[in-house]
Design a protein around this ligand. Structure first.
Ligand code: PLP
Length: 394
């Protein structure tokens, strides 16, 4: 009676949201300070003062009619220009304003790419571990998600990647820094991915588009700087979000930008515009568009995440847990001491530790720990992690 897929997605919350709902219920029962909620990737540092100042300035000095007006479907021309300028001045990205679509977060950008580029039955490759919503975005577009297993250090396995490509491959999604592992793609990895894709394009006689999902672009530690996908591959699209860098996840604001070097960029952009129109994902929130025009290039105080990374990584490895050291974002991937990560996540609940099992991220045997939390949550959770380690005889 109802579309089977829509109903199934609507009735089954994703694993992260399910555990987050459990965390909220537990906090109400026993007090928030007694629950170690590492479930959701919502920034723990506030948006910078510049955001508040710009909001006040906008609300004070703009007429309400203008402030809340419809904008063009693709976004305000002045903002599209600012986004292109920002990408070009910081990364020499080669983006023109006409190839920028202001989106309702990175999610809408990804949906636009999937629906605008995949025909029914086409394949999209995700390098595991990956953000679980990719499956919903790809399958919602009628495509098939092909999962490419990584090396043990969570870096991409290029042999697996090359073998994952078929004549149906139309899209590849990369995400660096990565949710859930915090691993970053090196310049070498991106060059190899580009080399493999160009060869496959030649072999199969059609373009394969590379989408860089970059909501964590600026959240980098240990001196790394962001790499720009357009330098590596012509058929590339950037999907960005201000959810994490400016701590604005609920405001639903981001953009996608199609590389100027893409041969069929006008058609690609038009198809994405049409796809997003078909989803009603037009005219990203008007107030936020005006805000971003004023605050682009700034970030919230992301140094807190590096501090949390060190605290958590050092604490857990000292206890004997095996962890992938994150280079960025605000997630840590920890090996489950038993093969079944779901069973481990269940056992951790006994100590009020809420850790997301890795199965839906396309890798088995790990848990994701989102450390965008107060420092005290990490410090106070260590005795609970110690008990958990003891239970497993670590
Ligand atoms: N991609 C990744 C890897 C994410 O982690 C998230 C959100 O957590 C998104 C996309 C969606 O971001 P947004 O809030 O901008 O829609």
């Amino acid at each position: 009676m109802f579309p089977e897929q829509s109903l199934a997605w609507g009735q089954s919350n994703n694993v992260i949201r399910k555990l987050a709902a459990y965390a909220a219920a537990r906090k109400a029962q026993i007090g928030a300070e007694n629950v170690f909620d590492f479930t959701i990737g919502s920034p723990s540092v506030p948006a910078p003062q510049a955001v508040t100042d710009a909001l006040v300035e906008l609300v004070t000095n703009t007429s309400p009619v203008q402030l809340h007006d419809y904008t063009p479907a693709v976004g305000l021309p002045s903002l599209r220009k600012r986004i292109a300028e920002d990408l070009n001045s910081r990364y020499n990205a080669g983006i023109s304003p006409e190839m920028v679509f202001v989106t309702c977060g990175a999610a809408a950008g990804l949906v636009g790419c999937c629906r605008g580029l995949l025909n029914r039955g086409d394949e999209a490759i995700a390098l595991a571990p990956f953000f679980p919503e990719y499956r919903v975005f790809v399958e919602g577009a009628g495509g098939e998600l092909v999962v490419c297993a990584p090396h043990a250090d969570m870096q991409p396995d290029m042999e697996n990647f090359e073998n994952s490509i078929t004549e149906k491959t139309k899209l590849v999604i990369v995400n660096s820094p990565n949710n859930p592992s915090g691993v970053i793609l090196t310049a070498d990895s991106l060059s190899t991915i580009a080399y493999i894709l160009r060869r496959a394009e030649k072999k199969y006689g059609h373009p394969i588009y590379l989408v860089a999902d970059e909501p964590y672009r600026e959240l980098l530690f240990d001196g790394s700087s962001p790499l720009c996908i357009t330098h590596f591959y012509e058929n590339s699209i950037i999907c960005y979000s201000f959810s994490k860098s400016l701590s604005l996840p609920g405001e639903r604001i981001g953009y996608l930008a199609v590389s100027d070097k893409m041969a069929d960029k006008a058609l690609v952009f038009a198809s994405i515009v049409g796809a997003l129109r078909g989803c009603g994902y037009v005219n990203a929130p008007s107030l936020m568009q005006r805000l971003i025009e004023r605050c682009i290039g700034q970030t919230s105080d992301i140094s807190a995440y590096k501090h949390n990374r060190d605290l958590l990584y050092n604490g857990l490895t000292e206890l004997g847990f095996e962890c992938v050291k994150p280079d960025g974002a605000f997630y840590l991937f920890m090996k489950s001491p038993e093969a079944d990560a779901r069973a481990f996540s269940e056992r951790a609940k006994k100590y009020e530790l809420l850790l997301v099992p890795s199965d839906d991220f396309g890798v088995k045997g790990y848990v994701r720990i989102a450390y965008c939390v107060a420092e005290s949550t990490i410090k106070n959770s260590m005795p609970a992690f110690r008990k958990l380690a003891e239970e497993y005889g670590i």
